[in-house]
Design a protein around this ligand. Sequence first.
Ligand SMILES: *Cc1c(COP(=O)(O)O)cnc(C)c1O
Length: 451
Amino acid sequence: MERERRLEEWDKRYLWHPFTQMKDYEAQEPLIVERAEGVYLVDINGRRYIDGVSSLWVNVHGHRHPSIDRAVREQLERVAHSTLLGLSNPPAIELAKRLVEIAPEGLTRVFYSDNGATAVEVALKMAFQYWQHKGERQRTCFISFENAYHGDTLGAVSVGGIDLFHRIFSPLLFPTYRVKAPYCYRCPEGLRYPGCGLACLRALEETLKRHHRECAALIIEPVVQGAAGMIVHPAGFLRRVRELCTEYGVLMIADEVATGFGRTGRMFACEHEGVTPDLMCVAKGITGGYLPLAATLTTEEIYEAFLGEYHEFKTFFHGHTYTGNPLACAAACANLEVFEKERTLERMATKVELLAERLKEFWSLPHVGDVRQKGFMVGVELVADRKTKEPFPPQMKVGQKVILEARRQGVVIRPLGDVIVLMPPLAIPEGELERLVEIVYHAIEKVTATI
Ligand SMILES: *Cc1c(COP(=O)(O)O)cnc(C)c1O
């Protein structure tokens, strides 16, 4: 059997893909990526596709960027892995310094892990233990938002709010106070911004007023709730959340796993509102999409609460075997250097405007209910009826059909239900950006025309 057919057969026979209904997957022709260059993925049959969601929100400067390739290769010549439990290594040290330099002012300490969910677990446990050391042992609860996504480990699922992913596991989870999050297209209060005066904050304020003494921390995806469907929060919301946390003495955890490293047009989404959280989780884009790595940043105040004599056992007893992996940290250092050298964020600004301009055209498609954009994070919500905002029945698999049509036309994207997501690498050239948008437009047009 030729190699390509063999790989396709083995893929279906031996693999179990994440977040994938394997019954559907087994019935489809798989796309097996063999290599990539710039913003293009190349499959085993030599077909090329624009990487429209940055290989699941991670790629930044394109694939096989010479500087990041070189940094990983050079690190390979030294050491691939050594532990951070009690030892250290140069890339981990240098990266920690760089992260503190670019993070919102006041975040001064870096704790590594290896993916977004673990960065969140670390933040939750740190916040919890902080209060134990401070003598406020009753602070055992967390505040989270509806529609939130913080990863798939059980702590992260406990503070998650997407019923479709999370409800089945509810007997395994710790309880949290879940409050309303803004979703202007389907406003839970039935109001409109800015006339609403951010009425959606009332639920949070009420919860804080009643329960703040039991709460260790609040966790939020700043500015954009990604997995919920690229829901962009109204201006002022995040800042007010920060103020309320301060007012009621509850720590604020910002989950920048999706929004970090330029995705919203600024290095971190918190910058849009001049906010410094008490803990900040980063992952996805940290290595430019090269290797798994994550970090939880925090303040000196929290760090110092863990200092003590050995026998007091104030140590933060948490770590992962590959914590601070030198190869991943070397990739991350190179990623940040490229940001500077290529002035990635500055050069992105005109492309963000171009994207906004092009996205306006989507309103001419009758089944487009909402078009949301913050920087390079885009969600196009498809609905059965624009007037009533009624969604399509899930059996119709509209989002799935649209991405398969886009794939036939040379674009790889992945939807969130019937929200079509675009999140190209920040370095995408204008020509490819236009092509990406055009193909997605035609894919939506074609699939929804026959409905
Ligand atoms: C993707 C994501 C996570 C989880 O990251 P993993 O690396 O997949 O564990 C957590 N929070 C947010 C906001 C995310 O988008």
